[in-house]
Design a protein around this ligand. Structure first.
Ligand SMILES: NC(=O)CC[C@H](N)C(=O)O
Length: 381
C-alpha cells in the first residue's frame, strides 16, 4: 500500500495524493513543465534545484530511468508532482522504475493529484511557493506553514552551490545510437582543435557533449573562478552555463563575465549564463510570472524571421527595454514576446535564454553552437 502525500501552496491550497518517492518534507517554488518526454533529464537538470516541478503530461515514468539520460549526478529538483505513475515501466534501457529511482535518492514526489487544476492555478496566480510532505502521516497545517516559510527564489544565489568544487576536463561527445554508441567515449585531441573554458553555475552535461561535438575540448571551472585565472588558461572561448536561482545576486559571476567579454574572448551563455551576460553588459533582469518550462516553445530569430521550436526552463528573464546600445536583441518568445537572445555589437559575445542543447527537446536552436565556433575561428585568425 502506498503512503499518503500532500502538496501545499503558500496561498493555502492543498492537494492530496500518494507518495511515489522518499518520505519527508520539501519546500520550494512550484512550476509547471509542459514537455511530453524527458522526465529524467528534467529531474536531473540542476537549474531546477529548490523547485517543485509538476509535469502537465499525465503519464510519467513509462520508460523508467537509466544511467545515460542524466544531466547531472542524480536528481536535482526539490520534488516531483505528477498525475499518474504507471504500474510498470518498459524500455530496453530501463534500469530502475521512476518511483524507486526517486525514493532511493531521497526525492519526495507526489502522484494522483489534478495537475491540470494546479497548472491553471500557477498560470493565473503565478509561480507559488509550496511544500510536498510524504510519509505515513501528513500534516496539512505544517505543510502550508513550510510553503509560506520558503523565502522564494528572488534574490537567491544558487549558482555557487550548484557548481563544481574542482576544475575538470570534459571530452565526451553525444551518444549516437545510429552509430552504435550508447556512450560516445572520450574524443581524441585531433578531433578537438578548440579549448573552451566553461563556467559551471549548475551545468547540464548535454551542453558539454555538444561543445565536444563541435570540436571543443572543455575545461569546466567553479562558478567563483576569477577571470584572471581563466585568462591564464588562454582559452579560445569561454562559456557561461545554465543554473538555478536569481542571476542578480551573482556579483562574482557578473564581474568575471564583464572582464572576459571586455577582453574580447569569444563568449557564449545559455539561460542563467544569458542572464548574467545581460547583467554584465548593463541590462536588468526580472522575475517572470510563471516562467517558461517546456520543450515546445516557439522562438523567433529576429535576423532571419525563422521560428524555432525550443526547450525552455527559466523563471527570470533579461528585460529587453533595459538593453544598452551595444547589445542587440536576437530572438524573442512567440508565447509572450519576452527576450530570448542577445548579441553584443562591440564584442564576440552572445547568449540564448532557452536551451540549444535541448535534452529534453527539439534541436532547432543547435546552430548557436556553430556560431560560437565561428566566433572562435575569427578570434584565432
Ligand atoms: N535554466 C536556467 O539556467 C535557469 C536560469 C534561472 N535560474 C531562471 O530561472 O531563470
Amino acid at each position: 500500500m502506498s503512503k499518503p502525500a500532500i502538496l501545499a501552496l503558500e496561498d493555502g491550497t492543498l492537494f492530496r495524493g500518494e507518495s511515489i518517492g522518499a518520505d519527508g518534507l520539501s519546500a520550494g517554488e512550484v512550476v509547471f513543465n509542459t514537455a511530453m518526454t524527458g522526465y529524467q533529464e528534467i529531474c536531473t537538470d540542476p537549474s531546477y534545484s529548490r523547485q517543485l516541478v509538476t509535469l502537465t503530461y499525465p503519464h510519467v515514468g513509462n520508460t523508467g530511468t537509466n544511467p545515460v539520460d542524466e544531466e547531472a549526478d542524480g536528481p536535482q529538483l526539490a520534488g516531483l508532482i505528477i498525475r499518474d505513475l504507471p504500474l510498470r515501466s518498459s524500455s530496453w534501457r530501463n534500469a530502475e522504475d521512476l518511483g524507486e529511482y526517486l525514493a532511493s535518492r531521497g526525492v519526495v514526489a507526489i502522484a494522483g493529484i489534478d495537475t491540470r487544476r494546479l497548472t491553471r492555478l500557477l498560470r493565473e496566480k503565478g509561480a507559488q511557493d509550496g511544500c510536498i510532505m510524504a510519509g505515513d502521516t501528513v500534516d496539512p497545517d505544517a505543510a502550508i506553514q513550510a510553503a509560506k516559510d520558503f523565502p522564494g527564489l528572488k534574490g537567491m544565489d544558487l549558482a555557487q552551490s550548484a557548481s563544481t568544487d574542482t576544475i575538470y576536463e570534459w571530452r565526451k561527445g553525444s551518444w549516437n545510437l545510429d552509430l552504435g554508441r550508447a556512450d560516445a567515449g572520450e574524443r581524441a585531441d585531433a578531433d578537438l582543435p578548440w579549448h573552451v573554458v566553461a563556467y559551471d553555475y549548475g551545468i547540464k552535461q548535454n551542453i558539454l557533449r555538444m561543445l565536444v561535438d563541435h570540436g571543443c575540448r572543455v575545461t569546466v571551472v567553479p562558478a567563483k573562478t576569477p577571470a584572471a585565472e581563466v585568462q591564464a588558461m588562454d582559452p579560445d572561448g569561454v562559456f557561461f552555463s545554465n543554473g538555478p536561482g536569481d542571476p542578480e545576486p551573482c556579483d562574482y559571476a557578473i564581474e568575471a563575465i564583464r572582464t572576459l567579454v571586455d577582453a574580447g574572448v569569444p563568449s557564449f551563455g545559455i539561460c542563467l549564463g544569458h542572464q548574467l551576460l545581460g547583467l554584465a553588459s548593463g541590462a536588468r533582469s526580472v522575475k517572470m510570472k510563471f516562467g517558461h518550462h517546456g520543450a515546445n516553445h516557439p522562438v523567433q530569430d529576429l535576423d532571419s524571421g525563422r521560428v524555432m521550436i525550443s526547450s525552455q526552463n527559466h523563471g527570470f528573464a533579461v528585460d529587453e527595454a533595459s538593453l544598452p546600445a551595444n547589445v542587440r536583441p536576437t530572438q524573442r518568445s512567440l508565447f509572450d514576446g519576452s527576450l530570448q537572445g542577445i548579441h553584443r555589437t562591440d564584442r564576440p559575445a552572445f547568449s540564448f535564454q532557452g536551451h540549444p542543447e535541448a535534452s529534453p527537446g527539439p534541436h532547432d536552436v543547435r546552430p548557436l553552437f556553430a556560431h560560437f565556433v565561428e566566433l572562435i575561428r575569427d578570434y584565432r585568425a
